[in-house]
Design a protein around this ligand. Structure first.
Ligand code: ATP
Length: 230
C-alpha cells in the first residue's frame, strides 16, 4: 500500500482507511467467517442476476486486488468503473491504467458523463454506461455518502467493509464483513456453482437479512474481544 501511495494510486487518506480496516480485521480474527461466506454467496447471486452489474473500483481496491477484481468482473459479466474520492485526472488515469495492466479489457471512468444524484463531491461523477445505469453495484471499501446515494438511486448495493458499524455497511443491501483480498477470491470460487443454480441464487437473495448479518458480525467481534485475554 505504501508503494502504491508513492505511485499515486492510493491517496494518503486511503492509507488511514486501510488502517481502520486492519483494526476491524483483528477483531474479526483475520479470517472469513461463515457469516461473511453467506454474504459473499448472496453478493455473487446478485451480480449474476443483475442486468447491468458494475464493480466500482477506488485506489485501495486497485492496489490490493486489481487482478482478482478483473477475474470476478469477467466471471460475473460485470463492468469495471473507476470512481475516486480524491479525484484528479492524473489519479483517474493512473488507476484506470493500473486495472488495464492487471488484465481489464475495458475500464470505465475516464470520461465521466453523468452525475449520481444526492452527492455534492466529485464522487458523484460517473458514466452513463456504467454506474449511472447499473442495477447492481459492488462497492469494495466505500464511503457512506456514496453508498447511501447509490441505494437512494434504486440500485442493489453490495459493500465489502470490515467495519460493521460504518454508514456504508448499514446502507448497503448486502455487506460483506471480510477483508477485500479474502472476499473477492472467495466470491470468484462461488461463481461456477451459483451460475448453474438459479433456484439457489433466488433462495440466497430472498433469505438474506443485512441487519441480522451485521449483528452477527458484531457478535463475532465482541466474542473475540471478550475471549482473547493475554
Ligand atoms: P462510512 O463513511 O461508511 O461511515 P468511513 O468514513 O470509514 O465509513 P471510508 O473512509 O471510505 O469510510 O472507509 C472505508 C471502509 O473500508 C472502512 O470502514 C474500513 O474499515 C474498510 N476497509 C479498509 N480496508 C479494508 C480492507 N482491506 N478490506 C475490507 N474493508 C476495509
Amino acid at each position: 500500500m505504501a508503494e502504491r501511495a508513492k505511485e499515486g494510486i492510493v491517496a494518503p487518506t486511503g492509507l488511514i482507511a486501510h488502517g481502520r480496516g486492519e483494526a476491524f480485521d483483528y477483531l474479526l480474527g483475520e479470517r472469513t467467517t461463515e457469516n461473511a461466506r453467506r454474504a459473499e454467496m448472496t453478493a455473487v447471486a446478485f451480480l449474476l442476476g443483475g442486468n447491468r452489474p458494475v464493480i466500482s473500483v477506488n485506489g485501495n481496491t486497485a492496489a490490493l486486488c486489481a487482478k482478482e477484481v478483473v477475474t470476478l468482473a469477467q466471471a460475473t459479466r460485470s463492468r469495471i468503473e473507476v470512481n475516486l474520492f480524491h479525484r484528479t485526472e492524473e489519479r483517474v488515469e493512473a488507476v484506470c491504467s493500473f486495472m488495464e495492466k492487471a488484465g481489464a479489457e475495458e475500464v470505465l471512468g475516464r470520461k465521466a458523463d453523468s452525475l449520481l444524484p444526492g452527492i455534492s463531491s466529485d464522487r458523484a461523477k460517473c458514466t452513463k454506461e456504467g454506474i449511472y445505469s447499473a442495477d447492481v453495484v459492488l462497492v469494495p471499501l466505500e464511503d457512506g455518502d456514496r453508498a447511501e446515494a447509490l441505494v437512494k438511486s434504486g440500485k442493489k448495493v453490495i459493500a465489502i467493509d470490515l467495519n460493521p458499524l460504518s454508514r456504508t455497511a448499514n446502507a448497503a443491501h448486502v455487506t460483506i464483513v471480510d477483508e477485500v483480498t479474502r472476499a473477492i477470491p472467495a466470491m470468484i470460487e462461488m461463481v461456477p456453482e451459483l451460475r448453474r443454480n438459479g433456484d439457489r441464487r433466488l433462495a440466497l437473495i430472498n433469505s438474506f437479512d443485512n441487519k441480522r448479518n451485521l449483528e452477527e458480525a458484531m457478535g463475532i467481534m465482541c466474542a473475540n474481544l471478550s475471549s482473547s485475554r493475554p
